[in-house]
Design a protein around this ligand. Sequence first.
Ligand SMILES: Nc1ncnc2c1ncn2[C@@H]1O[C@H](COP(=O)(O)OP(=O)(O)OP(=O)(O)O)[C@@H](O)[C@H]1O
Ligand SMILES: [Mg+2]
Length: 267
Amino acid sequence: MATRILAVANQKGGVGKTTTVINLAACLGELGKRVLVIDLDPQANSTSGLGLPRQTGTSLYRVLLRERSVHGLVQKTVAENVDIIPSELDLAGAEIDVARMDGYLHGLNMAIAPLVRGGGYDFIIIDCPPSLGVLTMNALTAANSLLLPIQCEYYALEGLSVIAHIIKQLREGRANPTIDIQGIVMTMYDARTRLSPDVVAEVKSHFGEKVYKTVIPRNIRLSEAPSFGRPVSQYDPHCTGAIAYRELAKEVIARELAEHPAAGAIP
Ligand SMILES: Nc1ncnc2c1ncn2[C@@H]1O[C@H](COP(=O)(O)OP(=O)(O)OP(=O)(O)O)[C@@H](O)[C@H]1O
Ligand SMILES: [Mg+2]
């Protein structure tokens, strides 16, 4: 299978991007897929959530500034088959410094090209910060597709037209003519409320088949696991959150194979 690059993005904060990156990556790894997580958020939550301590000089910052290569930045995580390029606070400076470079939208794309060519990964999953700044735009330029987490809450649809418009612009402006929304994952579903099913129905009425069948429940285990530096599949393998992310991983694989049957060829 050729490497598929998924950007997990939504400019809204706290919708479950990082939780999805950590746990989707771990579940894909459990299923035997080789995964690289790229933590592009200066908050570094997926870095710590996958068991890595805070370190300096280990993020993509200097690579994006073309001061060094990506070589040597990939580290192992606590999850089987899952590597990471960690983040640290210095990435916050990238929003300003990288924007000064020529062709800055393509910085990440160029930086990770050797890893894509190397063919060592089935999936590269990028955790984006909660903005549509330079880092997220770099992720969307490098990605084959967008994985969009949406929280089951009242204002769920607010702002979605903005990111949908950006995807359209990237395609038409030729910065990334093949990017698509790979899927929408509904997060923090609470079966005890009327609101959650209503929100899912409304998102489906707009995005139809793009919405994954798997819905991620609100599950306290998912919020506890990061403080132990573990994906939920290790922290509590049988909880509802772990089961849901395992299902999502299968759905992501099935969708990728359905849409890219020629997987295996590197363009
Ligand atoms: N399904 C869930 N059940 C319970 N808690 C969850 C769930 N998903 C995420 N959370 C919690 O909600 C908070 C926000 O989640 P997360 O950090 O994944 O969102 P985010 O979109 O990455 O946020 P940010 O925009 O700040 O990067 C965290 O405290 C997380 O533990
Ligand atoms: Mg996050």
